[in-house]
Ligand binder design. Structure first.
Ligand code: AMP
Ligand code: FE
Ligand code: FE
Ligand code: ZN
Length: 274
């Protein structure tokens, strides 16, 4: 069984439709795949329908933007309740804040580079959740950079003069809400240090107390040393050890199935589904 529990479609910052992500999952010989768009559940129905037709086991998910004392944290949540008012409101508030933040970044960048809000809208046409990758695509289309990565290395980096943060819920509040409404929260790429600060282990302990179920140990952005450390943290805190690709279509190098979750770990997640 090949299980990949972290992928993105163009509902957030992937480049393919939810249905096409499922087709790509079949081509990559996956048996189980989750769609986990940033802060949006808008692609889940389409993906579920296509996966069903292809005979792939589909896990509905989201990747929830959160913060802890100014540090950005991503929490994957499997089987979120799509109609729970608290979940819906939490995601809506973040998506709205992301639009205002993207507009502010465009204003700052647009003073120095060829970039307008209309350019961004043209590249985020299918997106329910707007993010820096859409600014990257617009900058690339305008000729300022060659790839998304190039734009991220300069103007879009977290330490750039053009970077603006956006509201996101406190991670402990979010984990409590997700778990209380039946979802299964897993800390996404907890050791990825290329995106800004990594949270100390004490925060993972607090998240575990708040209802965190798993740690995404196997991820492209983790070194072998980080994987070893996180595997031990998962073991000690009785958290499920997962792995996934974080596929974004052609928006990133990550390939479906490049990291996977074991059948036993998948079973453990399923057992905690509310
Ligand atoms: P945002 O949530 O708007 O702050 O943007 C962060 C998103 O940008 C992450 O979800 C990543 O998928 C994406 N990202 C980060 N670094 C890169 C990069 N170097 N190339 C392409 N996408 C990136
Ligand atoms: Fe992303
Ligand atoms: Fe993420
Ligand atoms: Zn992701």
């Amino acid at each position: 069984m090949r299980i990949d529990l972290h992928t993105h479609s163009y509902v957030s910052d992937g480049t393919e439709s939810p249905a096409d992500v499922m087709r790509a999952a079949q081509a990559a010989n996956l048996d189980v795949v989750a769609l986990t768009d940033h802060d949006s559940m808008a692609g889940l129905e389409e993906a579920a329908e296509m996966a069903g037709g292809l005979g792939i086991n589909f896990v509905p998910g989201i990747e929830v933007s959160c913060t802890h004392r100014g540090i950005s944290i991503h929490v994957l949540a499997y089987w979120p309740d799509p109609s729970h008012p608290e979940i819906v409101a939490m995601l809506e508030r973040t998506r709205a804040a992301r639009i205002a933040r993207a507009q502010e970044m465009v204003r700052l960048i647009g003073a120095d580079y060829p970039l307008t809000w209309d350019d961004v809208v043209a590249h985020a046409g299918s997106a329910d959740t707007v993010g820096r990758p859409h600014l990257a695509d617009a900058l690339v289309a305008g000729g300022a950079f060659v790839t998304r990565d190039d734009a991220f290395a300069e103007v879009l980096a977290g330490n750039s003069a053009y970077y603006v943060p956006h509201y996101a819920p406190d991670v402990l509040d979010a984990v409590r809400t997700l778990r209380a409404t039946g979802a299964v929260p897993v800390f996404a790429h907890p050791g990825a240090d290329g995106r800004g600060q990594v949270v100390p282990t004490s925060v993972i302990e607090q998240m575990a107390s708040a209802g965190l179920v798993g740690l995404e140990v196997e991820h492209r952005d983790h070194s072998e040393v980080q994987r070893g450390r996180l595997a031990r943290v998962a073991e000690r805190l009785d958290l499920v050890h997962t792995g996934a690709s974080d596929y974004h279509g052609t928006g990133k190098l990550n390939q479906l199935g490049e990291n996977v979750t074991s059948p036993a770990a998948y079973k453990a997640l399923q057992a905690l589904r509310g």
